[in-house]
Write a new protein. Structure first.
Length: 94
């Protein structure tokens, strides 16, 4: 990953790994909105469109061509889950 993180969400789509959100605890409890895509065929990471807000502790799943991001907290080292659900149409974003 280009940005080391913990508490991120991850899912697999068409043999590529999508990693999103998370937190950076070392540098003062920053929460991330970035999304990265790993392509095992080229062993490379790339950034794709970010989430509309920062989240960590997020489960993620792919179903019917969409990436679902469920819940998560927007402040590092907290569990203030607002019950958000983000749905990305993968062909439009990745």
């Amino acid at each position: 990953m280009a940005v080391a993180r913990s508490g991120f969400g991850a899912a697999v789509f068409e043999e590529k790994i999508i990693v999103l959100g998370g937190e950076i605890i070392i540098s003062g409890l920053d929460t991330l909105d970035s999304v990265e895509l790993f392509d095992p065929a080229t062993s490379s990471w790339s950034f794709v469109p970010a989430m509309p807000f920062t989240l960590h502790g997020v489960p993620a799943a792919v179903s019917n061509g969409a990436l679902y991001v469920l819940g998560g907290a927007d402040e590092a080292a907290t569990a203030n889950n607002f019950g958000r659900t983000l749905i990305y149409r993968i062909e439009n974003n990745f």
